[in-house]
Design a binder for this molecule. Structure first.
Ligand SMILES: [Zn+2]
Length: 511
């Protein structure tokens, strides 16, 4: 069985914003980690291209919706290339393979007697593509998220019998590992306990959508269409283009990693749709938090949107990855502060990890003929080796439970403690007396071996910096040997050559 992880399918109303980059980087990190463990991974991402919002956006620009989607989805692809995202499948919902799956899925749901024609009346936010309940209770008829006027709709729509799945959905969300984090799970439990209402799955007067096969002028509601991208993605490159073959190729997903705003669609509507079609539900839906900037919500109208492309060109991939992964607890909201960002990169990566390697390698080269010292046949000081074992165990446990910020912190703490060890042992003083040479060899070996393990643990999190560390240790990481095996203490060869030290990362300047 493959490990299947998905980002949301991003809406193509605009190029990717920092939030989409954040979700995708997290998924990329988890996918890289699972691959290092030797698991088969299917990492799915893509774009959600249909709906009224896109139709209007294209009209505004005076171009065809398809041309608009082609353009924006290409921008997404370029972004994922620039950020070195290791996705396996990129699905577009305007593609033929996707449309076919939606049609087949609809037939299954219809055969379960879960579709009927009804009248949908209510206030609708085009931005959310969602009806808003009880907006008359609020002071204005505006979407609280988009701050845009809601539109009154009164039309015949096809409905999906969500209410039929009340008890089954209750059972699914009762499993504490299905929705994470806990607080979000409670919100959903609360929502479901009020009683599930059927929801409309077709629209009239939205031409930019997948046509409902048996009903004229109806296109599928964008969510009924887009969620299926997680399934149709598995058909990319398949000879047999059927729903059954896409299920065999990679369903159910192990985890949908999404923003908290779309949790309800993924943890309630989507499982019910899947049950209706006789399919398995995903194993986990993880709703991460939102990002603010300098304590403020980001928005176009506020003029404070942080452009991820600018971040990338200014700082590079790894600093942004490290900050977003280590500084934000996955599931909580996060704040991007420029000063804090620069401080963290300089402290964690340049000083704590970079300098540790740089100065130890310099000492080793100077005292031991440009090589790792030969520390065989010397009594063991197990301070760092036992710390390394504990770090690896904690890191694996944290990664396996998606606490990737804690996994990153485990690595950093190991580096901090290795620095303390080095400062405490002071080999630069010991070396002055020849009888201390065996002891100095041991200290230097221990520190270099720690930096090797630190580098390996950073591989899924900040791959470039990890590769730089490996290079500084003489390019000893072996891709064809299981990563976990190489995390074993003592793998660094005695007497192996060390290259001329260069900083693994440059310090960042404040603006
Ligand atoms: Zn809205």
């Amino acid at each position: 069985m493959s490990f299947v992880i998905t980002t949301p399918l991003y809406y193509v109303n605009d190029k990717p914003h920092l939030g989409s980059i954040y979700t995708t980087l997290i998924c990329d990190t988890i996918a890289r980690y699972k691959r290092l463990l030797g698991e088969e991974v299917i990492f799915i991402t893509g774009v959600d291209e249909h709906g009224l919002k896109i139709q209007r956006k294209a009209k505004e620009k005076g171009i065809l919706p398809q041309d608009h989607c082609d353009k924006i989805s290409q921008i997404f692809l370029n972004n994922w290339k620039n950020w070195d995202i290791t996705y396996d499948k990129f699905i577009r919902t305007s593609s033929t393979e996707h449309k076919m799956i939606v049609g087949e899925f609809y037939e299954r749901v219809k055969n379960s007697d879960d579709i009927y024609m009804g009248v949908q009346k209510g206030w609708y936010c085009v931005g959310c593509e969602e009806f808003k309940e009880n907006p008359e209770n609020s002071s204005t008829l505006k979407c609280p998220i988009h701050q845009k006027n809601l539109e009154w709709k009164n039309e015949e729509n096809l409905f999906f019998r969500l209410s039929k799945y009340q008890s089954e959905i209750e059972k699914i969300i009762d499993n504490p590992s299905f929705i994470e984090p806990k607080e979000r799970r409670n919100e959903i439990i609360n929502f479901v306990s009020k009683g599930l209402k059927d929801f409309s799955i077709s629209r009239t007067n939205v031409s930019w959508g997948i046509a409902v096969p048996d009903i004229e002028n109806h296109t599928f509601y964008v969510w009924f269409d887009a969620l299926l991208g997680y399934v149709s993605a598995n058909n990319i490159g398949n000879v047999d283009q059927s729903l059954e073959s896409s299920i065999i190729a990679g369903w159910p997903a192990n985890i949908h990693l999404i923003g908290k705003d779309i949790l309800r669609f993924h943890s309630v509507y989507w499982p019910a749709m899947l049950l209706s079609a006789g399919m398995k539900v995903p194993k986990k839906v993880f709703g991460h938090g939102f990002l603010t900037r300098e304590g403020q919500k980001m928005g176009k109208s506020l003029g404070n949107v942080l452009d991820p492309e600018l971040l990338l060109s200014k700082y590079g991939k790894d600093p942004v990855r490290w900050f977003l992964i280590k500084d934000i607890s996955l599931g909580s909201d996060g704040d991007f502060q420029n000063k804090r960002f620069v401080d963290i990169i300089n402290n964690d990566l340049a000083n704590t990890i970079g300098n540790l390697l740089n100065r130890t390698s310099s000492m080793s080269r100077k005292w031991f003929q440009n090589r790792v010292p030969n520390n065989e046949n010397i009594s063991r000081d197990d301070t760092l080796s036992s710390l390394s074992r504990i770090t690896v165990d904690n890191y694996i446990n944290n990664f396996n439970s998606y606490k990737i910020d804690l996994a990153a912190t485990d690595v950093l703490n190991f580096a901090i403690n290795t620095n303390l060890y080095l400062n405490d042992k002071q080999p630069w003083k010991l070396i002055k007396d020849e009888k201390n040479i065996p002891l100095v060899k041991e200290i230097i070996y221990n520190v270099l071996e720690s930096t090797r393990i630190i580098g390996l643990l950073l591989l899924p999190i900040i791959p470039e910096l990890s590769a730089n560390i490996d290079e500084q240790l003489g390019s000893i990481y072996k891709k064809d040997i299981l990563w976990k095996k190489q995390l074993k203490w003592g793998t660094l060869n005695h007497d192996s050559p060390l290259p001329q030290p260069i900083p693994i990362i440059n310090k960042l300047d404040y603006e």
